[in-house]
Design a protein around this ligand. Structure first.
Ligand SMILES: C[S@@+](CC[C@H](N)C(=O)[O-])C[C@H]1O[C@@H](n2cnc3c(N)ncnc32)[C@H](O)[C@@H]1O
Ligand code: SF4
Length: 388
């Protein structure tokens, strides 16, 4: 069961910044290191957790998410230690969702039983593609067969599992993508994340694109692949609940729903972001990004907070719209009032709102404000218009 639409939940995000190699498309805070001092990292994560827990103690925790980087490279003992500590500080919801992002290599799949024993009850696997040529192009360390085997192991080890695919790869035809999605549906449980390839400037793909060596899907092709994805997955019983996320109703990722519903979450580990409400003020927190700087700061001061700023009313509104309009539920009236003290109509320019509704990009009703599928597909443009 997913939480009631007006309940944003309260989550804990734990960032593990290490990977075996750097994928050419990825601009997440991920680093390759020859060795990691596991005992120091475990100690530092616990210390930073203690620091944030002291401010939010006693709250009911509805999700924990180990993200990265590659958290499946973490020793299961570290995962267990973080979960145990969270249990000491907060009240864990009976149905708490504890997700770990995993790369689908055989070595990592071999650790799934250990993660389950540590308390993880959901894995999200970075499958990315189901053919070896595209996996090589994406710089992945696993074959399609290995990824499929890892999905099978996840299916047996965990109550819930999901996997990620990346589409709109160079020269990918709608026919090829349709066939790949059908194959993915055979492997899927009740959740799938399907991301359109984004060329991030600070990556190897970004550099290749600037040199003119990486052709990317044009807008029309990307739009038709997006629509194809929406239709095929909805038909299969996994409708979109967010731009890139699909689930059987009730199987949505609760942790991500907390972000999109603009709930509170504590973020620990290098570069982690958090949003916590203390005495009515929403605070935006961000930890040091570089792994070594983070580790040194935590060992020195108990935390590596680099930024801790109150989010003013206008920014709260903007953040809430940016997050909420990604989902099919949109921004709920009750949540907007709870966060900003105002109704939707009092906070947004009526002319702009009307124009976007007339254009078929937004819908407003008794529940709140939502983007249509067309609006979600061009959300950045819709948001810049709405918030201009
Ligand atoms: C934190 S990342 C990766 C988790 C894990 N390390 C892995 O690679 O399997 C989460 C997901 O974001 C997606 N992603 C990362 N960079 C992307 C990009 N430039 N374009 C589209 N999807 C991207 C990938 O599907 C990836 O699995
Ligand atoms: S996609 Fe995953 S494995 Fe690849 S660099 Fe990014 S975080 Fe690491």
């Amino acid at each position: 069961m997913s939480p009631a639409p007006d309940d944003p939940g309260f989550g804990l995000y734990v960032h593990w910044p290490f990977c075996l190699s750097k994928c050419p498309y990825c601009d997440f805070n991920s680093h390759v290191r020859a060795s990691v001092d596991q005992a120091r990292w475990r100690g530092a994560l616990i210390r930073e957790l203690d620091h944030y827990a002291a401010e939010t103690a006693g709250r009911r925790l509805t999700s924990i998410f180990f993200g990265g980087g590659t958290p499946s490279l973490m020793p299961p003992e570290t995962v267990a230690a973080v979960i145990e500590r969270a249990d000491r500080h907060w009240r864990l919801a009976d149905d708490i969702e504890i997700t770990l992002e995993a790369n689908p290599t055989s070595v990592e799949a071999g650790k799934f039983a250990g993660f389950r024993a540590a308390g993880v009850n959901r894995v999200s696997l970075g499958v990315q593609a189901l053919n070896d040529a595209d996996l090589r192009f994406l710089g992945r360390q696993h074959s399609a067969a290995e990824a499929k085997a890892a999905v099978e192991i996840a299916r047996r080890a965990f109550l819930r599992y999901s996997f990620d695919l990346i589409y709109a790869r160079p020269a990918q035809s709608p026919e090829a993508w349709r066939a790949e999605l059908a194959e993915a549906l055979d492997l899927a449980g009740d959740h799938l994340s399907v991301y359109q390839l984004t060329i991030e400037p600070e990556t190897a793909f970004g550099a290749a694109h600037r040199r003119g060596e990486l052709p990317v899907a044009d807008e029309d092709t990307a739009a038709s692949l997006f629509e194809l994805t929406q239709d095929l997955l909805a038909e299969a019983g996994l409708p979109a609940y967010e731009i890139s996320n699909h689930a059987r109703p009730g199987a949505e990722s609760r942790h991500n729903l907390t972000y999109w519903r603009y709930g509170d979450y504590v973020g620990i580990g290098p570069g982690a972001h958090g949003r916590i409400t203390l005495s009515g003020d929403k605070l935006a927190t961000r930890q040091h990004r570089a792994p070594e700087a983070w580790l040194a700061a935590v060992e020195r001061s108990g935390h590596a907070t680099q930024q801790r700023d109150p989010v003013g009313p206008q920014d709260r509104l903007a953040e809430m719209l940016m997050m909420g309009l990604r989902t099919t539920d949109g921004v709920r009236r009750a949540r907007l009032i709870a966060e900003t003290g105002h109704a939707i109509e009092e906070t947004l320019d009526p002319k702009r709102l009307e124009r976007l509704i007339a254009g078929g990009f937004l819908v407003i009703d008794d529940d709140g404000l939502r983007a249509t599928a067309a609006g979600r597909q061009r959300l950045n443009a819709v948001l810049s218009d709405l918030l201009a």
